[in-house]
Design a protein around this ligand. Structure first.
Ligand SMILES: [Zn+2]
Length: 407
C-alpha cells in the first residue's frame, strides 16, 4: 500500500474519532461509539475480536460556585467528585503537618501551596502511589470535612498541560471537592467572613465501557502485543492522546489482514489510561495473569503525530536480538529517533510484568513532558497533528514485526 493511501486513511480515521465522535472519556457515549467503530473495522479486516465489558463511572457537572460574603470566586468541580451544597468555616492548610494538626471535621478545608503542588493519585491507583498521597487522603477521610477547596498551579508531568489542575480526580474518594487557580486562592485567603458557601453541581453516573482485543493466530504460542488507549481525557478530543494511537492499530489491522506468521499478533485498545480507575488496564492484567511470559514484545502507541519534530521509540528490557532489529529499523527511518525513557503509559503494564516493551510517541512531547500545555487540554485537537507521522510509525511497526519473524 502506498504512503498516500495510508495518509488518506489516517485522516479518515482521525476525522471519525476526533471530529464525529470527539470526546471519548470513559463511560461516555462517545467512548462506546469509538470502541464500536474499532471493533467493526477490525472485523472487516478479518481479526478475531474480543470485547470485554467494564463497569465504570461517568461524571457530569453543571458547575460550581464559591462565595465569601459578597465576594465570589472562580472554582471548578473536581472530576469524578461528588457534588455538594454546604456552608461552613474555612480552614486553610498548606502542608501535611498542618493537615495532621488542623481541626477540619465538619468544616471546609482549603488546600493550597506545598500540599497542593502535585496531583494526588487516586486512592485505589496501584501503579504509582506515593506514601504521602495515601496519607493525605487517609487523614482527610478520617477527619471528614464537609468539602475541600484546592488551589493549584501547573504540573504538566502528572496532570497534563492544564492550569489549574484538579488536585483530586478520584471517583473512589467521597469528600466533595472543587479546585481553583492559585492566584484565585490567594484572594480567598484574605476573605474575612466566618462562613463561606460552596456549591458543586456534580454527579456520578454508573456506566459501561469496553476493552477491545483483536487477534491473529500465529504458528507459535508467543505473541506480540500492540496497544493504544482509546479513551480521552474529560472535555478533550484527545487527538494526540490518543486517537493517533488508535489509528495506528486500525492501519495495522488492514496491513496484516492476511497475516499468517510465526507469532500471534494481539491488538489491544485499552480503555482507561486517562481515567482514575484505569479499569481497562486492571481488567487486562487480571485476564493475563500468569500469561505475560508469552509476550515477546509489547509495542505501545501513545502520543504519536505531534506537529513539530519526529516520532520516537523508547525501548525497555529488550533482549539483544530484538534490540538489533530495532536499531536497523531506526537507522532506515529518517523520521524516527530513539526516545527518552518514560513510564506514564500502558507499556508500564508490560514492563512491570517483565516483558520487553517499546513506547512509540512524539519526540517533542516526551522531551517537553514537564512543561507542555497540550495533553489533557482542548488544544489536543487535529490542528496539532502532522498526519504523515502516523503512516511512518505504522510502516516501522510492520517492518519490525516482519523482522522479528526471521528471528
Ligand atoms: Zn495517553
Amino acid at each position: 500500500m502506498k504512503n498516500n493511501t495510508l495518509i488518506k486513511q489516517t485522516k479518515e480515521h482521525l476525522h471519525i474519532l476526533c471530529t464525529e465522535i470527539s470526546e471519548r472519556r470513559v463511560g461516555s457515549k462517545g467512548n462506546r461509539k469509538a470502541t464500536n467503530y474499532l471493533k467493526s473495522e477490525l472485523q472487516k479486516n478479518k481479526w478475531k475480536v474480543e470485547e470485554t465489558l467494564l463497569k465504570v463511572m461517568d461524571w457530569k457537572t453543571q458547575g460550581a460556585t464559591l462565595s465569601c460574603g459578597q465576594q465570589f470566586f472562580d472554582v471548578f468541580s473536581s472530576p469524578y467528585s461528588l457534588g455538594c451544597s454546604v456552608q461552613g468555616e474555612l480552614v486553610p492548610v498548606d502542608t501535611i503537618e498542618k493537615l495532621y494538626k488542623s481541626e477540619i471535621t465538619d468544616k471546609i478545608v482549603f488546600l493550597y501551596g506545598k500540599i497542593a503542588s502535585e496531583q494526588i493519585m487516586p486512592k485505589n491507583f496501584e501503579f504509582y502511589n506515593p506514601e504521602e498521597h495515601k496519607q493525605i487522603i487517609a487523614s482527610i477521610e478520617q477527619k471528614n470535612p464537609k468539602a475541600i477547596i484546592c488551589a493549584t498551579s501547573r504540573n504538566s508531568a502528572l496532570a497534563g498541560g492544564v492550569y489549574p489542575f484538579p488536585l483530586f480526580e478520584d471517583g473512589d474518594f467521597d469528600i466533595p471537592s472543587v479546585y481553583m487557580k492559585d492566584v484565585e486562592g490567594e484572594k480567598l485567603l484574605t476573605c474575612s467572613k466566618p462562613i463561606i458557601k460552596l456549591e458543586s453541581k456534580a454527579k456520578r453516573i454508573p456506566e459501561t465501557a469496553y476493552n477491545i482485543v483483536a487477534r491473529k493466530e500465529g504458528k507459535a504460542q508467543k505473541r506480540i502485543v500492540i496497544s493504544a488507549h482509546i479513551d480521552s481525557k474529560i472535555g478533550t478530543q484527545g487527538a494526540i492522546d490518543n486517537a493517533t494511537g488508535v489509528t495506528v492499530l486500525l492501519l495495522l489491522s488492514e496491513l496484516f489482514n492476511t497475516y499468517n506468521g510465526k507469532y500471534q499478533i494481539e491488538l489491544v485498545a485499552f480503555n482507561g489510561e486517562d481515567y482514575y480507575a484505569v479499569s481497562g488496564q486492571m481488567k487486562y492484567i487480571k485476564q493475563n495473569k500468569g500469561r505475560f511470559n508469552d509476550v515477546v514484545l509489547n509495542i505501545n502507541i501513545d502520543g504519536v503525530g505531534y506537529i513539530d519534530g519526529l516520532s520516537c521509540i523508547s525501548a525497555f528490557n529488550l533482549p539483544d536480538d530484538i534490540q538489533a532489529k530495532l536499531n536497523d529499523i531506526i537507522q532506515n527511518n529518517p523520521n524516527i529517533v530513539i526516545g527518552l525513557p518514560w513510564y506514564q503509559g500502558d507499556h508500564s503494564i508490560f514492563i512491570q510484568n517483565g516483558c520487553p516493551a517499546l513506547a512509540i510517541s512524539s519526540d517533542w512531547l516526551i522531551r517537553n513532558m514537564e512543561s507542555q500545555e497540550v495533553t489533557h487540554t482542548t488544544k489536543d485537537n487535529l490542528s496539532i497533528i502532522n498526519f504523515e507521522r502516523i503512516p511512518e510509525c505504522v510502516i516501522a511497526i510492520k517492518d519490525l514485526i516482519n523482522a522479528l519473524e526471521e528471528m
